[in-house]
Design a protein around this ligand. Structure first.
Ligand code: DGT
Ligand code: CA
Ligand code: CA
Ligand code: ZN
Length: 577
């Protein structure tokens, strides 16, 4: 059981109490526990059994909390949680997942309209009845309708890393089958979207029956959704769907193009074909007047026949890529091999699992030229954040290690908390000792947009800040970004020669694709970092790279593709773009 599952239970208990309009003190204490559990780097479920005193020692974790955690871990359910759940209709719980609604409002809506399901809520918003509830206006009705649409879309979607990891053994299993000649993934997973609805797999074979039967023998199969002549659908772990399509070799390129999508990209492509007297389908490229097939064996050919540069899958979202391919000015997208170092990671000094030395070895194994060690600062006391004195000690250790280490340079850094009003959590004297200063928001997420904007901009004005980490604070499928003026913050970063982070941690991907592109267009520099908490996590770089490519980034836009000497001039703020 993960810490986040436990945290979710406490959050839900707080939500239910709030829907019922109960004691604010209890509500706050459950929320605090959820926050604490989220922030712990060790597995709470195993600790509560093996080393309960370690948990007990954490401020904010009382005996009642210990008991609840113990119950869930031991018997899989917590008495009080179950009791609370029974006190509101089960259909009300999804309402809590709606962005911008919140338990207080659900409470009010229940009080005045007795609404307890998503469908009732949607109907009331559409019929403009919701605005009769105190504190809800026409604008909120619109927000709620959007939130319901978002919620329905998010249901049944998976994070990219989950889909890639669940899909990998299936793909390996298919590659082992001799009757399968070609195998490619298509759809959103090939485009590396941040969330995936289902995995699309395309194969060619001389023996379709054999290939399909092999697919149906996959040991990780959970259910078979359907199997026909051309398409077979199964579900694998966690209910993720995978579609297998068996295709003809001679039109494989056209099929790959078609099933990679996006639908929006394909629509524009087909319109373009039509204007040129051509027709593009999953079977090939055809002349309209005599229905003659003129290509489709490879994907490049499909684009070439439309007088387009081949378009990388990550760009196929109808965001201007077709115009650029027409002019031959597509970006030369960044690749993982362009990366020379990683500028954000944690060690045992705060909440990481590995030592500085182990992290350095892991970086070396990836062929990096430099790494920055950036542990948390003291505001995050629950994860052992460092105070000024500890930072200086830590720096001296890194100096010593640098003397002994060859081939990779260790940069001294810290991930410093941005406090409530934009002050930094460490003194400037100490920040001056560091090579890299990362600033992050880890608290007070729900302040009004104007105040949050001012807070972040103020932090960026500190002359020692180099990188703004995970700038929007979102967690994919779990937490929306906090409210702030993105462009103002980007502008402040540029003015102060601060680099914006693309955090590759798989549930962050923050900045996201469209934000990366905006940042680049505004003239900002980006750093793609993993925020690793163990050496094995340096591999998360691939998710950051995928997002960067979807954000049209080139190596030149990303500071950790630069040789160390050039990077240093930027960290010293002697240069920017
Ligand atoms: P997903 O699975 O929701 O993350 O997104 P995709 O893009 O993988 O969508 P999916 O699995 O429904 O379909 C795979 C591709 O098939 C899609 O990207 C584009 C292509 N396609 C082209 N035309 C159509 C169409 O009319 N309907 C569907 N469902 N797919 C189409
Ligand atoms: Ca798909
Ligand atoms: Ca599909
Ligand atoms: Zn952070």
């Amino acid at each position: 059981m993960e810490n986040r599952d436990l945290a979710a239970m406490f959050e839900e208990m707080a939500d239910i109490l709030e829907i019922k309009g109960e004691n604010p003190f209890r509500i706050r204490s459950f929320r605090r526990v959820a926050d604490i559990l989220h922030g712990l780097d060790f597995n709470v479920a195993s600790t509560v059994m093996e080393n309960p005193d370690k948990l007990r020692a954490i401020p904010g974790i009382g005996e009642g909390t210990m008991r609840k955690i113990g119950e869930v871990v031991a018997v899989g359910r917590c008495e009080e949680h179950e009791r609370l759940r029974a006190e509101i209709p089960a259909s009300m719980l999804p309402l809590l997942r709606l962005q911008g609604l919140g338990p207080k409002r659900i409470h009010l809506i229940w009080e005045s309209l007795r609404i307890s399901t998503l469908d009732e809520l949607e109907a009331a918003a559409r019929d403009q009845k919701l605005r009769t509830v105190p504190g809800i206006g026409a604008k909120t009705e619109g927000t709620i309708l959007n939130a319901i649409a978002d919620y329905r879309r998010a249901q049944g979607r998976f994070r990219l890393d989950q889909a890639l990891e669940a899909g990998a053994p299936l793909l390996a299993f298919l590659r082992d089958e001799p009757s399968i000649v070609r195998l490619e993934t298509a759809g959103s997973i090939r485009r590396r979207r941040e969330t995936i609805g289902d995995i699309d797999i395309l194969v060619t074979t001389a023996e379709p029956r054999k290939a399909i039967d092999h697919f149906l023998r996959y040991p990780g199969i959970r259910s078979v959704l359907g199997s026909g002549e051309t398409k077979t659908s199964i579900t694998i772990s966690k209910g993720l769907q995978a579609d297998l399509r068996v295709l003809e070799e001679k039109s494989f390129g056209a099929a790959l193009q078609y099933f990679t999508g996006s639908k929006e990209h394909n629509v524009v492509l087909r319109e373009r074909a039509k204007r040129r007297g051509l027709k593009v389908s999953e079977y090939g490229v055809f002349r309209v007047d005599d229905d003659q097939k003129i290509g489709g064996e490879t994907e490049e050919e499909v684009y070439q026949l439309l007088d387009l540069q081949p378009i990388p899958p990550e760009l196929r979202e109808n965001r201007g890529e077709i115009e650029r391919a027409e002019n031959g000015t597509l970006p030369k997208l960044i690749e993982e091999s362009d990366i020379r170092g990683d500028l954000h990671m944690h060690t045992t000094a705060s909440d990481g699992r590995d030592t500085v030395e182990a992290m350095t070895q892991a970086a070396l194994a990836r062929g990096y030229e430099y790494v920055a060690i950036t542990d948390h600062s003291k505001a995050l006391s629950m994860v052992g954040g460092l105070d000024e004195e500890a930072v200086l000690r830590h720096c001296r250790e890194i100096d010593l290690l640098n003397e002994r280490t060859r081939h990779v340079r260790i940069l001294k850094g810290m991930e410093v908390d941005i406090l409530g009003e934009g002050q930094l959590d460490l003194s400037n004297e100490v920040l001056a000792e560091l090579d890299v200063v990362i600033a992050s928001v880890h608290s007070h997420f729900s302040m009004p947009s104007a105040r949050m904007t001012e807070r972040i901009c103020r932090a960026l004005e500190n002359p020692y800040v180099n990188i703004l980490a995970h700038p929007t604070g979102r967690l994919i499928l779990r937490r929306e970004p906090y409210a702030f003026e993105l462009k103002e913050v980007f502008q402040a970063a540029i003015q102060n020669r601060v680099i914006l982070e693309l955090n590759s941690y798989p549930d962050r991907l923050d900045l996201k694709d469209t934000h990366c592109r905006l940042a680049k267009e505004m003239g900002a520099l980006i750093s793609i970092n993993t925020d690793s908490h163990a050496g094995s996590m340096l591999r998360f770089m691939r998710y950051g790279i995928a997002t960067a490519r979807r954000g049209w980034l080139e190596a030149e836009d990303v500071v950790n593709t630069y040789p160390l000497a050039r990077l240093r001039t930027i960290l010293k703020k002697e240069a920017y773009r």
